[in-house]
Design a protein around this ligand. Structure first.
Ligand SMILES: Nc1ncnc2c1ncn2[C@@H]1O[C@H](COP(=O)(O)OP(=O)(O)O)[C@@H](O)[C@H]1O
Ligand SMILES: [Mg+2]
Length: 503
């Protein structure tokens, strides 16, 4: 199948943490290709219209979402999933909502605390301005939206004497921390990462061990430890899979599963912990869609559980495909069909049905391979009905001819008892016309005709089964939007997906 690998458009010379996205794109694409899929990298910038148009054009069977920021800003991370979800495409990992709730560290901490989970106490500059008090103990200054330890070095740990001093400290680091920052109680102690796969199930717990840190040097995984291979911090922080400590590891696993549930996560996630001197675990953050580079923590934990990188990518894709298609209900997204530049199709279109069209239409519908025997019969019955009663029967036809031969047709009509709703009952092109843009020309023509007859929205429906992915892709490319999904409508496991084109 065709998988769009979505990622942030990373400019040349971008910082190392952003360039890591490209490492992930390459590794994930390689795994997808090895699994027999076609991986198409789709770089995303702030122009969401361009992202949407690219996805409509590509009409992938699924989207592998590796977007961690847009235009260098973590704050924009939930926007791309929103576009994918609105198109109704299956997407790996967390939903846009899941990504928003986990990536905004202030929102995330509030959600965790409300769920009764242990998070270090915190305060923002806004809290202080509103009379909030300074938490007790040493504090670490952190970014609200940025990840990858951006702006975290030894100087991020502070001991302010009062609220005003903290506000000053936050202000002085604001630039390094991506523009929005807060302070959190610093927890000295051990650090653990728990990777969770959909299910949910936990993978082996990893510890980041701090080796030979000089006395007084904060033991933490700051920017240097993550990205600067030549630094002391990088070389003296080591991922290990601890043995023993069963009670503690079981506690970390249980807390991770609770955190997964608190955010309603899907896909895969990694929960970062500190464990204080008294052995109490504290959740630092929940990373939805954590890094999937082969040498990053998630893949290491998967490997440890016997799952190769390729198998991991396959499992993540399968889980996304196994979810019900997002059953969106949309209010009036206006999409007008547009001519496709460079796709001139020489074809003549006519409305009037002739008796000899009956055989041609039967042949086209049958040849597509998409319709059952009964459906082919229904298609022919509608032709007979129209030949007998004309427009009285309520069915309109559009026939496409090339060099005197009927190569495509559409059948549409107003939905009885509605003011301006129309159904596109049938649209089919002969398989030997595929890729010529004929289907799009016919949709545009039907849309024009329905609009001229006072129609305001054109509906089309198809099955949610995998073999109908090309049909669903066709509707997306021709500017329909998924309007509704009826689970198990045609048969158990066979959803009905309804698309709408606002005229
Ligand atoms: N409250 C804290 N106490 C101790 N160390 C912390 C704390 N918050 C962050 N750190 C250190 O900084 C690293 C990055 O912080 P984290 O909250 O995980 O943000 P990021 O999204 O940048 O990974 C952590 O892995 C940890 O080493
Ligand atoms: Mg982290």
């Amino acid at each position: 199948m065709r998988v769009a690998v979505l990622h942030a458009d990373v400019p040349e010379g971008a910082p190392l943490d952003e360039l890591d996205t490209l490492v992930q794109v390459a590794a994930v694409s390689r795994a997808l290709e090895a699994l027999g899929h076609q991986a198409v990298a789709v770089p995303c910038g702030l122009d969401l219209g361009a992202v949407e148009a690219r996805l409509r054009d590509l009409a992938p069977d699924a989207v592998f979402n590796l977007v961690e920021s847009l235009s260098g800003a973590g704050r924009y991370l939930p926007l791309v999933p929103a576009v994918v979800e609105r198109l109704g495409l299956p997407m790996t990992g967390a939903t846009g909502d899941g990504l928003y709730l986990t990536s905004n560290k202030l929102v995330s901490k509030a959600v965790l605390r409300a769920a009764g989970l242990p998070v270090p106490d915190w305060v923002s500059a806004a809290d202080l301005a509103a009379g909030g008090s300074l938490p007790r103990g040493r504090l670490i200054l952190k970014s609200v939206w940025e990840h990858a330890s951006l702006g975290l070095d030894d100087d991020a740990i502070v001991d302010p004497v009062d609220g005003a001093a903290l506000v000053d400290a936050l202000a002085s680091r604001l630039g390094a921390l991506g523009g929005e920052a807060f302070a959190e109680v610093y927890i000295p102690g051990r650090e653990f990462n728990v990777s969770v796969m959909a299910g949910p199930r936990v993978l082996p717990v990893a510890e980041i061990a701090f080796r030979d840190f000089p006395d007084g040097k904060p033991q933490m995984v700051g920017y240097a430890a993550k990205w600067d291979e030549g630094s002391f911090e990088y070389q003296h922080t080591v991922r290990v899979f601890p043995e023993g400590d069963e009670a503690l590891l079981a506690r970390l696993e249980a807390l991770s599963l609770q955190a997964w549930g608190a955010f309603g996560l899907t896909g895969y996630a990694r929960v970062d912990f500190r464990v204080d001197a008294a052995g109490r675990p504290w959740i630092l953050e929940v990373n939805a869609n954590p890094c999937l580079s082969p040498d990053a923590g998630f893949a290491a934990a998967a490997e440890r559980s016997g799952l190769s990188h390729q198998a991991l990518i396959g499992a993540i894709l399968d889980e996304a495909l196994g979810r019900p298609l997002p059953g969106l209900r949309l209010s009036g997204g206006v999409m007008r069909p547009r001519p496709v530049p460079g796709r001139q199709v020489t074809v003549s279109l006519r409305e009037a049905l002739r008796p000899d069209d009956r055989g041609a239409i039967e042949e086209i519908v049958r040849a597509t391979g998409f319709f059952s025997h009964e459906e082919v019969e229904i298609a022919v019955e509608l032709v007979d009905d129209h030949l007998e009663k004309g427009l009285e029967g309520g069915y309109h036809f559009l026939l496409a001819e090339r060099e005197g031969r009927v190569v495509g047709y559409a059948c549409y009509g107003q939905v009885p008892a509605t003011t301006a709703s129309w159904d596109l009952y049938w649209i089919a092109t002969h398989p030997d016309q595929q890729g010529t843009g004929l289907g799009r020309v016919m949709v545009d023509e039907v849309a024009d005709r329905v609009r001229a007859l006072g129609g305001e929205v054109l509906f089309a429906e198809t099955s949610g089964r995998p073999q109908y992915a090309p049909t669903r892709g066709f509707y997306l490319r021709t500017h329909f939007t998924q309007a509704a999904l009826f689970p198990d409508f045609y048969a158990p496991g066979d959803d009905r997906v309804v698309y709408a084109l606002t005229l």
